[in-house]
Design a protein around this ligand. Structure first.
Ligand code: PLP
Length: 383
């Protein structure tokens, strides 16, 4: 149990809420969730499911209508026809990464994961007994990885490679070229499976298409695809996600669900159908807001002496380089919250390669973002 890590963003959130209760004016750029409410048509569908009496267990794999809606959505957005029987409905994005690590990890096995990256990857890998092998992400390529470096780190013990694009905490998008090279190289390593965390697949800017690893037929039989509703539909608290599993793994994944949580709550699954099948205007509107906020925060960050920030291609995070401030990430995280009332998360919360960076989630109003940046600048100018 002592190998389990955590997600510092939740600790920052708890402290920020405590300070707010004590009367402090706190601007929260810490936690990674949309500040919007779930669109009303989705809420109505969840309510209606309760009124209609959907109060019992559902199949562990998820209700058929939802899995079929997911299959249609995958085909529409990723251009690949998939069998709904390989789609598993789970409570959020996290269970898929945890289940994958439990399946592939054991003492002596190696699992590769992005660093800086979503902290639960490293935590779940360690918990499984496997050795976490970091995939460094580089600021000068917009927080992409070097595919040859990734391929070079594969060993006979490598079981799984975790890829996340668009990414938390960097907002980075891995280029199609890098993915092409990685997938081509994987032909020489047929023992290695891939978990592609595409939870931010709908959050890509500048009219760029989302490049899904599902698009590569040559690795489709060893690919686990993770996506969900939390970010796209502002549904983090509903706990709804899905994964697509290779044919030989889906039954094992379902068994993990039966052992772990039986099924996702029924009403949430009906809300999920409406999210996918209903109008998408609210998603488009949220993305327009995020894009505007992205421009504001990047401009503001790059205007603060000692700070610079590459423009993120996706998600809703700005990963600011603070090396020029002379302060380390954790100390600056603490000072930002305690002295300036701005909740943000130290890059080191996302792995050792996050030193020298602070993650700002720009899921907040442009006024609050500007005020937070004003406070950040003032904090640094005070020394
Ligand atoms: N994957 C990534 C990259 C994330 O950033 C997050 C949440 O922040 C998740 C998965 C987990 O999503 P969920 O809240 O649906 O479990």
């Amino acid at each position: 149990m002592t190998d389990l890590g955590t997600e510092t963003a939740f600790e920052v959130l708890a402290r920020a809420e405590q300070l707010a209760r004590e009367g402090r004016d706190i601007i929260n750029l810490g936690i990674g969730q949309p500040d919007f409410k779930t669109p009303p048509n989705i809420v109505a569908a969840g309510n209606q499911a309760l009124v209609n009496g959907h109060h019992g267990y559902t199949p562990a794999i998820g209700i058929p209508a939802l899995r079929e809606a997911v299959a249609r959505d995958i085909e529409a957005r990723r251009g690949v026809a998939v069998d709904a029987d390989r789609i598993l409905i789970v409570p959020g994005g996290k269970p898929t990464m945890f289940f994958s690590c439990l399946m592939f990890g054991e003492a002596g096995a190696e699992i590769m994961y992005p660093n800086p990256g979503f902290p639960i990857y490293e935590s779940a890998i360690r918990f499984s007994g496997a050795t976490p092998v970091p995939i460094p992400l580089y600021e000068d390529t917009g927080f992409s990885f070097d595919p040859d470096e990734v391929l070079g780190r594969i060993s006979p013990n490598t079981r799984l490679i975790i890829i996340n694009s668009p990414a938390n905490p960097t907002g980075g998008v891995i280029s199609k070229d890098a993915l092409d090279t990685l997938v081509a190289g994987l032909a020489a390593h047929p023992h290695v499976c891939v978990l592609s965390d595409e939870i931010y697949s709908r959050m890509v800017y500048d009219n760029q298409p989302h490049v899904s690893l599902l698009g590569y037929e040559e690795i489709r039989d060893r690919l686990i695809l993770l996506d969900g509703w939390s970010k796209t539909y502002a549904m983090t608290g509903w706990r709804l996600g899905y994964s697509l599993w290779p044919e030989n793994l889906i039954d094992l994944a379902v068994k993990l669900c039966v052992n772990d949580h039986s099924c996702v709550n029924a009403a949430t699954q009906y809300a999920g159908i409406e999210a996918l099948n209903g109008p998408q205007d609210a998603v488009d509107e949220m993305m327009r807001s995020f894009d505007e906020r992205r421009r504001v925060i990047i401009e503001e960050l790059n205007d603060i002496p000692g700070v610079r920030c590459v423009t993120p291609g996706g998600a809703f995070y700005a990963f600011a380089n603070i090396n020029g401030t002379g302060q380390n990430a954790k100390d600056l995280q603490t000072r930002l919250l305690e002295e300036a009332g701005v909740a943000a998360v130290a890059g080191t919360s996302f792995g050792e390669f996050g030193e020298g960076f602070i993650r700002f989630s720009y899921a907040n109003s442009t006024e609050n973002i500007r005020e937070a940046m004003r406070r950040f600048r003032e904090l640094l100018s005070d020394g």
